[in-house]
Design a binder for this molecule. Structure first.
Ligand SMILES: CCCCC/C=C/C(=O)SCCNC(=O)CCNC(=O)[C@H](O)C(C)(C)COP(=O)(O)OP(=O)(O)OC[C@H]1O[C@@H](n2cnc3c(N)ncnc32)[C@H](O)[C@@H]1OP(=O)(O)O
Length: 384
């Protein structure tokens, strides 16, 4: 269900927040500013690049104010995330006169016009799939590939990563497996829109299926039999950080940061981090990260034992891949057996921790604290 929302977002981004792309009015008595307004509405349809939710909400609010005046709709329910974000945006404009709203709408659209579009950052990678899997020289690379969304992980991506890990664990040609990100981020963690499209079973069903998916996903990392390496090319957030405790080596660019803002999101730790982090860095440092959301630099994460080695960003890819290519030439069975010896005593405990964390999160996703945090993110009123 949630994946459907994400797909809808990707395919028709301008319409997700009820963007007024087809509501053109033609009046014989329109004034010049009304003409500008209509031109602006047409220009919006021609935008090649998604202007982002914050801008879409602003445009929506200004359009409604310009055409209907101050917000006159009943406030949507808390679980109606998208309509609530729209309502908030419109209501926030207060009693701005219609004329001013119309002018602000025109100004905003002209700042997004194709000439300014071309100077902006590139959002779409050519031929992008959200998870790209390649194999070369004994290395299977699983690359998160949603750079415009900071490689936020959708439901579909969790499933694709899980399937890739299952396949590569059985592939005799694959010696080591690497998880990395495309673009400036390693990953911004769970896609916060994953839980916003409610199925018939409502939020309870979403929380239950999310908890099962999380448990299966993390189990797969716990059981992965071959060397598993994280190539952390940039900032990492949430589950992208917690999972690192289950990797065999973590190589980070000095641009990377490590942030687990679970409390701020009304959520709790996952990826077995409630067990692995205190073990890796001691409870005091783990608590700072997992409860208080302290963000670590790459060098700090390395000093805490979460990261194996930090490289200058300018030489990161070259140095890391040269090293990985050399490692992939080592005898694969010896590596696999050593991993089993190092890890097997912990597996039962890790599976139990994963089950507990997944159950705790199922409850958290139903909490008001969590819902408010997601609403805030979607309405872009607050950022972490
Ligand atoms: C089923 C398994 C569940 C597992 C449980 C896992 C839990 C977690 O992982 S909790 C952590 C969740 N992640 C976050 O809270 C991060 C949220 N994102 C941010 O705070 C910021 O986006 C940022 C700090 C990562 C980057 O900020 P900035 O450089 O200012 O870039 P933008 O905010 O403009 O982001 C660009 C674009 O990407 C979208 N986006 C980024 N992260 C996410 C995300 N996690 N979920 C959904 N969308 C994300 C952002 O909305 C922007 O999109 P547009 O507005 O459409 O341009």
């Amino acid at each position: 269900m949630a994946a459907r929302l994400v797909r809808r977002w990707c395919l028709s981004p301008l319409q997700v927040v009820g963007f007024p792309v087809v509501q053109l009015h033609t009046s014989r008595t329109m004034r010049a500013s009304q003409k500008d307004f209509e031109n602006a509405m047409n220009q919006v349809k021609l935008l090649k690049k998604d202007p982002g939710n914050e801008v879409k909400l602003k445009l929506y609010a200004l359009y409604k104010q310009a055409t209907e005046g101050p917000c006159n709709m009943p406030k949507p329910g808390m679980l109606d995330f998208i309509n609530k974000a729209k309502w908030d945006a419109w209501n926030a404009i207060g009693s701005l006169p219609k004329e001013t709203a119309r002018k602000n709408y025109v100004d905003l659209v002209s700042s997004l016009s194709p000439s300014s579009e071309s100077s902006g950052r590139v959002d779409k990678e050519p031929g992008s799939e959200s998870v790209v899997i390649t194999s070369e020289d004994g290395i299977t690379k699983i690359m998160l590939n949603r750079p415009a969304q900071k490689n936020a992980i959708t439901i579909q991506m969790y499933q694709e990563i899980l399937s890739a890990l299952e396949a590569t664990s059985k592939d005799d040609n694959s010696v080591i497996t690497v998880l990395t990100g495309n673009g400036d981020y390693y990953s911004s963690g769970n896609d916060l829109t994953n839980f916003t499209n409610l199925p018939p079973g409502g939020i309870e069903e979403v929380a239950k299926t999310g908890s099962i998916l999380l448990r299966d996903f993390v189990d797969c990392f716990i059981d992965f039999p071959k060397p598993l390496i994280a190539v952390v090319n940039g900032p990492a957030v949430g589950i992208a950080v917690t999972l690192l405790g289950l990797f065999d080596a973590v190589y980070a660019s000095d641009r990377a940061t490590f942030h687990t803002p679970f409390t701020q999101l009304g959520q709790t730790a996952e990826g077995c981090s409630s067990y692995t982090f205190p073990k890796i860095m001691g409870p005091a440092k783990a608590i700072e990260m997992l409860i208080f959301g302290k963000k670590l630099t790459a060098h700090e994460a390395c000093a805490q034992g979460l990261v194996t080695e930090v490289f200058p960003d300018s030489t990161f890819q070259k140095e890391v891949w040269a090293r990985l290519k050399a490692y992939a030439k080592l005898p694969p069975n010896a590596m696999r057996i050593s991993k089993e010896l190092i890890r097997h005593n912990e597996k039962e405990k890790l599976h139990a921790v994963n089950a507990e964390e997944s159950t705790a999160l199922q409850g958290r996703w139903l909490s008001e604290e969590c819902m408010n945090a997601i609403i805030n993110f979607l309405s872009r009123k607050s950022k972490l």
